[in-house]
Design a protein around this ligand. Structure first.
Ligand code: ADQ
Length: 417
């Protein structure tokens, strides 16, 4: 028995196959959507939470690159009751076209068309899985239906200098939201008419009439000149026909949102932006408010005991200030300041961790200093090691150091005492 439904029948497709090269070494052995964020979440939790909160609880997650931890997370955390006809299913590359993986995001959908044929939705909502934000997709679907568009593209203003990272939307002059031109990552972007410093960027989230999506990806599959990419090929296909509209993200209303976090949308696809988004979380008035339970971002980090703060061997206090500390952590005789600690992290006596992001299970020995660092899952920092104090020494030890001086220590790194 399916749940009783009001409005169109919607299937959500989450594109989760991206490699995330610019997040190396955090993506060395996990897909970008599986990268941990904010102590307890994975990046994909933002897209899935937004869809679930929008009332769209039939979701397929298309995976590809190093998808093991993503598959495990999606199937264990997001398993839903099939009794109500709801599901979140990870779908690996189907190899329906022979022994190859997906060519691009449009090919990923083409190879998974059976899921759309099985579900027979009216509308397909296609979203990326790489961003931190809140969005009510039902408002976009409503505008999509009212406008008569075949595809709607979620849009947000961005600085013109960032155009090379985005699909750039050129709206028609009459202001009805129709897209006159769409260019994927252009080197000579066209600024908005009202501001020479801004472009209208695609957020990589789309609403399609289901039959239009099927037609477009099927036509695209036979086109040898296509890169089989949603932004590069499928959106322009509809723009040429005058059937593509933009949905302005600034109109999206989220219950419980404040003036500060309304419109927050952050690509955390580089080490610097990933780090900055974490520093925002532990600031006194973060722009992104994880504590808005009216539009919850949900996950399940597993069963862990509460975080604990104890005096260490020589009576040093274990404290955390301006920090987010996940379940299972023990801060013993040491200090965490302005940092995010993933589940089950350990800080031992006389150590200081400052302006840093520690992922699950990181173990910091005694007398360590860690500054402006991101340390991946289960890395052990032996007693007496300083990280982030001498960047040349950090580079020499094989750590990744960004131009802005953030030290990243990848999973499996063995640090010499
Ligand atoms: P990019 O993020 O650069 O630009 P892409 O690398 O195709 O585009 O990634 C989009 C989404 O699809 C990501 O969530 C990624 O994980 C996923 N993905 C990529 N290849 C995939 C595959 N083969 N199988 C499954 N999933 C795959 C896109 C749009 C731009 C837009 C920006 C916004 O193309 O127009 O401006 O997103 O960040």
């Amino acid at each position: 028995m399916a749940a009783r439904r009001h409005g169109p029948k919607v299937l959500a497709i989450v594109l989760a196959g991206g490699e995330g090269k610019r997040l190396m070494p955090l993506t060395a052995d996990r897909a970008k959507p599986a990268v941990p964020f904010g102590g307890v979440y994975r990046l994909v939790d933002f897209a899935l939470s937004n869809l679930a909160n929008s009332g769209y609880i039939k979701m397929v997650v298309l995976t590809q690159y190093k998808s093991h931890s993503l598959d495990r997370h999606v199937s264990m955390t997001w398993r839903m009751s099939t009794v109500l006809g709801n599901y979140v299913t990870p779908v690996p590359a189907q190899q329906r076209r022979g022994k190859q993986w997906f060519l691009g995001s449009a090919d990923a959908i083409y190879q998974s068309l059976n899921l759309i044929h099985d579900e027979k939705p009216d509308i397909v909502v296609v979203v990326g899985a790489d961003h931190v934000y809140r969005m009510d997709f039902s408002q976009m679907v409503e505008q999509h239906i009212d406008s008569g568009a075949r595809v709607s593209v979620a849009a947000i203003r961005q600085e013109i200098g960032l155009a090379y990272q985005f699909g750039v939307i050129e709206p028609t002059d009459d202001g009805d939201g129709r897209i006159a031109a769409f260019r994927e990552k252009p080197s000579d972007p066209k600024a908005l008419a009202d501001n020479p410093n801004e472009i209208l960027a695609s957020m990589g989230n789309y609403v399609f009439d289901a039959d239009a999506l099927i037609e477009a990806v099927t036509t695209d599959a036979d086109n040898d000149d296509s890169k089989h990419d949603m932004g590069g090929d499928i959106v322009p296909y509809f723009v040429e026909r005058g059937e593509a509209y933009a949905y302005d993200f600034k109109d999206n209303e989220i219950p419980g949102a404040t003036e500060r976090d309304k419109g927050y949308w952050r690509d955390v696809g580089t080490i610097d932006s990933y780090f900055e988004a974490h520093m925002d979380l532990v600031s006194i008035h973060p722009i992104f408010n994880l504590y808005n339970y009216e539009w919850p971002i949900v996950t399940s980090p597993g069963n862990y005991p509460p975080a604990k703060f104890v005096r260490g061997g020589s009576d040093e206090q274990g404290i955390a200030v301006s920090s987010a500390v996940s379940p299972g952590c023990i801060i013993s005789g040491s200090v965490a300041n302005n940092s995010v600690l993933g589940v089950d992290a350990r800080l031992h006596s006389f150590s200081h961790v400052e302006d840093s992001v520690l992922l699950d299970g990181v173990d910091i020995g005694r007398h360590c200093r860690v500054r402006r660092a991101i340390i991946d899952k289960d890395v052990h920092v032996p007693d007496g090691v300083d990280i982030g104090a001498d960047l040349d020494a950090d580079r020499a030890r094989g750590f990744t150091v960004t131009d802005s001086g953030i030290v990243v220590i990848g999973k499996g790194t063995v640090i010499k005492p």
